[in-house]
Design a protein around this ligand. Structure first.
Ligand SMILES: Nc1nc2c(c(=O)[nH]1)N[C@H]1C(S)=C(S)[C@@H](COP(=O)(O)OP(=O)(O)OC[C@H]3O[C@@H](n4cnc5c(=O)[nH]c(N)nc54)[C@H](O)[C@@H]3O)O[C@H]1N2
Ligand SMILES: Nc1nc2c(c(=O)[nH]1)N[C@H]1C(S)=C(S)[C@@H](COP(=O)(O)OP(=O)(O)OC[C@H]3O[C@@H](n4cnc5c(=O)[nH]c(N)nc54)[C@H](O)[C@@H]3O)O[C@H]1N2
Ligand code: SF4
Ligand SMILES: [Mo]
Length: 707
């Protein structure tokens, strides 16, 4: 990299791709050098907000471990290769496997960063189509698929997720989310902290339901500790109370609802008294919160990953919106509202007010018979699909921006399965715990070398907007854009390995322009590019019934598959999990499994620690900093204890995405403080059967002091 100190300083605008807040950043450069990264004050959406991860884009860009050249494995060792050689290797090895075993022999795993890079998100479906495989897996089934399913069933579109109108609400009930640290999820809301503070300053109240007194709970008016996995009980207690106390106020929603009577009948058995033992929240508190929701002028319930990564993830996600509806707060200022994205939204295209809705289970996974949801199978099925012989067995894998060895339950089993594949291709920017099992690794560009327009997150934003960012630096000569790589792989699989790389007329900019023109504001890409800091499209507005895409043209309050699952909630009331319960957590200076190699984030105290209540620590004879032994699923690991009365007694917390001490990776910084892999302790058989989402929270674990 040349450092031309005489070059003029320049300012560039870039949307941060490192989390869902999508902050606009100002990147100052001089020649090839990054001088500073700050929040862009002129960004119409994030107004200068930035977190420490945004700053780390400099470290990411400059990271010597970040791959810049394809790697091919020869005799167990990776060697650097040209793009031509890498594509030739793929042409030689992948098509014959498909010819011999059929399309389903190729599995595809799509990871979290794909959602943040338009070149990957918009173009991986073309690769999947070219293969024709049904074996698609993604991080969605470790995360938000229950909410997408409940939204799909109720409103007819997988992405019709209602978000809190935080700037106008008076009362916010938050469950299983820590936006102070995560910066929000399925809710694009840069500077949650500032917005929550402003809300409270104008007299609003925030209540947080979480097994840990999180940073979000500490800043709120009230924290209610809940037994991990107990949200279905708590939320059912609330819904029951609204009916029982005659607090249901449907308001403007009344003409748009279907299934109200079925819902009332279905929740009748779930009184707060019966629910209290399951959630650990007494009946009075349940009634009080139901009353606050019902009586607030404008209120909203928001549930996020802690409510999804449970056995009853879909039921929880559904109940959150049921509460918003029964209190008249859905689709209303200060309630839970639907964004109107400028481009790419299903709920702004087709016939307003009616659509095909969503269906699941069009096919089932081969081994566990898990239903397909949103076009994919649960990622916790991937190991068994590789291990189990027979027609349709996965023998080749394409892994795009995903690190399942650390991010998915039973990661070590997945690692073993990956090493048994006939061929594996990784599209990744690191040689890490997962990509080290590949035969070929094709690197992506640094985000600063790439143009960007968010497809997904403007559909979940606290305000309507359209923003585009150009590349800060030219891409390295000879390296394809990630979308070109994907299209070229599609060519290879369609028998056209000689085809040239696709030109810009096939690229993201043409796609964005088309989508904006077809979108509800009739914008063009040139207009968005010309607006510094993006175009503000205003506060969220009521969209009922225009945004609905259900076949009935109504909000479906009582989807049959969800009501049927309530019988299992009943049954679960009588089963109490034994031992300590393990939950996860996120850290401001971390991002899932792959940012631990960035020096600016890696500095500071040890982050992979086990949080534990003082009573539990005393009972187990564990002092602050001592090593605790954790056993589950036949695996035993140890982590230093961090004693904290923020934890609920009987619950311990460990972050995910650690365990960087596996052989084969090239992550110099991360390897210095590797941490342990939480997912080695979790079961890959525990899922929400409706959505296929993994159970990552409230998992029984044996804890003891190290001998
Ligand atoms: N126990 C437990 N497990 C969890 C969670 C939890 O809360 N608890 N959270 C889950 C959640 S919400 C998620 S989203 C998943 C995330 O899990 P994954 O989807 O596996 O994503 P990451 O762990 O972020 O790994 C991202 C991979 O993409 C690579 N990468 C980064 N940027 C790029 C790029 O620009 N191009 C390409 N091609 N590759 C790139 C990284 O090097 C890394 O290998 O983890 C889940 N796992
Ligand atoms: N700094 C940082 N930011 C991130 C990420 C990161 O790794 N680091 N990851 C990004 C990703 S991929 C995602 S999906 C989002 C997630 O964003 P959030 O949904 O805000 O995720 P968390 O911070 O994990 O918050 C989940 C909360 O649920 C609580 N919880 C656990 N079990 C239960 C339960 O049974 N019931 C209830 N009510 N609560 C429970 C946990 O204690 C935790 O406080 O964050 C994104 N932002
Ligand atoms: S909050 Fe998220 S989008 Fe904003 S700077 Fe931090 S990582 Fe980037
Ligand atoms: Mo996620």
């Amino acid at each position: 990299m040349t450092q031309s100190t005489s070059a003029p300083e320049q300012s560039h605008y870039r949307i941060c791709p490192l989390c869902e807040a999508c902050c606009g950043l100002e990147v100052r450069t001089q020649g090839e050098k990054i001088i500073s990264i700050r929040g862009a004050e002129h960004d119409v959406f994030s107004h200068g907000y930035i977190c420490p991860k945004g700053v780390s884009l400099k470290d990411l860009h400059e990271d010597p471990d970040r791959l810049r050249t394809p790697l091919i494995k020869r005799d167990g060792e990776f060697i650097e290769a040209s793009w031509e050689e890498a594509f030739a290797e793929i042409s030689k090895r992948l098509p014959p496997l498909i010819a011999a075993h059929g399309s389903d022999t190729v599995g595809c795993i799509v990871g979290n960063p794909v959602a943040h890079k338009i070149g990957l998100l918009a173009y991986f479906p073309r690769l999947v189509r070219a293969i024709g495989t049904r074996n698609i897996f993604s991080a969605s089934s470790l995360d938000q698929i229950p909410k997408q399913l409940s939204s799909g069933l109720m409103f007819g579109d997988w992405n019709a997720v209602a978000v809190p109108d935080i700037e106008r609400t008076d009362f916010m009930l938050i469950l299983g989310a820590n936006p102070m640290v995560s910066n929000g999820s399925l809710w694009t809301v840069p500077d949650y902290r500032g917005k929550a503070r402003a809300m409270r300053e104008r007299g609003g109240r925030i209540v947080v339901v979480d097994p840990r007194r999180t940073e979000t709970a500490a800043q709120a008016d009230m924290h209610i500790p809940i037994k991990p996995g107990g949200d279905a009980f708590f939320l059912l207690g609330l819904v029951h109370t609204l009916f029982a106390e005659n607090w249901v106020r449907l308001g403007h929603l009344e003409p748009h609802l279907a299934g109200l009577d079925a819902l009332r009948e279905a929740v009748r058995p779930f009184s707060p008294e019966r629910m209290a033992p399951g959630c650990g929240i007494d009946a009075d508190t349940q009634r009080r919160i139901a009353g606050e929701l019902a009586q607030a002028e404008r209120a909203v319930v928001y549930g996020r990953i802690g409510t999804c990564t449970q056995r009853f993830g879909t039921i929880n996600s559904w109940l959150v919106d049921v509460l918003n509806i029964l209190t008249g707060n859905l689709d209303r200022e200060g309630g839970a509202m639907f964004t109107k994205a400028a481009a790419f939204a299903v709920n702004t295209s087709g016939t307003p007010g009616q659509g095909r809705g969503v269906i699941t289970g069009r096919r089932h996974s081969r081994v566990s018979k898990a239903p397909e949801v949103f076009g994919e199978f649960p990622i916790t099925c991937v190991a068994e699909e590789i291990e189990t012989p027979g027609p349709g067995q996965i023998k080749a894998l394409i892994c795009i921006g995903s690190n399942p060895v650390l991010s998915t339950p039973q990661g070590p089993r997945i690692a073993k399965a990956l090493s048994s594949l006939s061929f594996m291709l990784s599209l990744d920017i690191y040689l890490n715990e997962t990509s080290c099992h590949a035969d070929v690794i094709l690197p992506g560009l640094s985000p600063l070398e790439d143009v960007h327009y968010d497809i997904a997150f403007p559909q979940f934003s606290y305000r309507n907007h359209a923003r585009f960012s150009g590349a800060v630096f030219a891409k390295p000569p000879g390296q394809p854009q990630e979308w070109q790589t994907l299209l070229h792989l599609a060519d290879i699989l369609q028998g056209k390995p000689e085809a040239p790389l696709a030109g810009p007329e096939h690229g993201p900019e043409a796609l964005i322009d088309q989508a904006l023109r077809a979108g509800p504001y009739g914008l063009t890409l040139d207009q968005v590019k010309a607006a510094p800091g993006g175009i503000d499209l205003g506060a969220l507005q009521s969209r009922m019934p225009e945004m609905l895409r259900t076949p009935s043209g109504k909000i479906e309050l009582a989807p049959p598959m969800v009501l049927a699952d309530l019988a299992h909630v009943e049954a679960a009331l009588n089963t109490v999990p034994e031992g300590m319960l393990l939950i996860g957590r996120r850290d401001v200076r971390s991002g899932n499994s792959w940012m631990h190699n960035l020096p600016v984030l890696a500095k500071g105290p040890e982050r992979c620690t086990l949080l534990m209540h003082p009573q539990d620590a005393a009972r187990l004879g564990l002092a602050q900093g001592a090593l605790a032994q954790l056993s589950a699923q036949g695996t035993t690991l140890s982590a230093p204890v961090d004693i904290s009365d923020d934890m609920m007694p009987g619950v311990v917390s460990l972050p995910h995405g650690w365990g960087h001490d596996l052989p084969g990776s090239q992550l110099q910084v991360a390897a210095r403080r590797p941490g342990i892999n939480l997912n080695a302790l979790l079961s890959d058989g525990a899922r929400d059967p409706l959505s296929g989402n993994a159970v990552l929270s409230g998992v029984p674990v044996q804890v003891s002091a190290m001998a």
